[in-house]
Design a protein around this ligand. Structure first.
Ligand code: ZN
Length: 181
């Protein structure tokens, strides 16, 4: 049986005719009978940044923001956002950190690229999530935009988190302690 994912689009964006579900490249995809346009579902890409510091007691601390908007409003997550269609993901990372925390970051290594199939089907959030490590940062913490607060937490005492992606960040810190001096 050909795979079919839920699609909300009814009309062709080129000619306005009604789309029909037709098999194209192994899936049933909304297709235009008049002009042959086929709707290919594109992934939504999110980018997050891991920013840490050492507390006065030598504890590793992770910068989180409290979400001002759904989904998971009021819970905490990494500074993160969607890649704009015209943007390099590294630009997204730097821009989102500046918008949500007021800090300027210099990016270090790419930590991971992860795929969430449930989000891909629901369409709610980023199905592909790119996580960067911030090599350094400067400036004063000042939450804004999608963030109600921006705060460093000890990785042993994290608040209620919004997304699984934060677990990737914490695991990375714990298994790469040599990179965090
Ligand atoms: Zn059409």
């Amino acid at each position: 049986m050909t795979k079919r994912f839920p699609e909300k689009y009814k009309y062709c964006p080129h000619c306005g005719d009604r789309l029909e579900m037709r098999e194209r490249h192994g899936y049933l995809r909304p297709s235009c009978p008049s002009c042959n346009y086929v709707y290919f579902k594109e992934p939504k890409v999110g980018v997050g940044v891991l920013i840490t510091r050492s507390s006065e007691q030598g504890m590793r601390e992770l910068l989180l923001i409290k979400r001002a908007v759904p989904p998971e409003q009021g819970k905490w997550c990494l500074p993160a956002g969607f890649v704009d269609g015209y943007e390099d993901p590294e630009q997204t990372a730097i821009r989102e950190v500046a918008e949500e925390t007021g800090l300027r970051v210099t990016l270090g290594e790419l930590i991971s690229v992860s795929h969430n199939p449930d989000v891909a089907i629901s369409g709610k959030g980023a199905s592909i999530f790119i996580l960067y490590h911030a090599r350094s940062y400067s400036g004063q913490l000042a939450a804004a935009d999608d963030a109600l607060e921006a705060k460093f937490f000890s990785i042993n005492r994290l608040p209620e988190m919004a997304f699984d992606s934060t677990a990737i960040a914490v695991a990375y810190i714990q298994s790469n302690s040599n990179k965090f001096t």
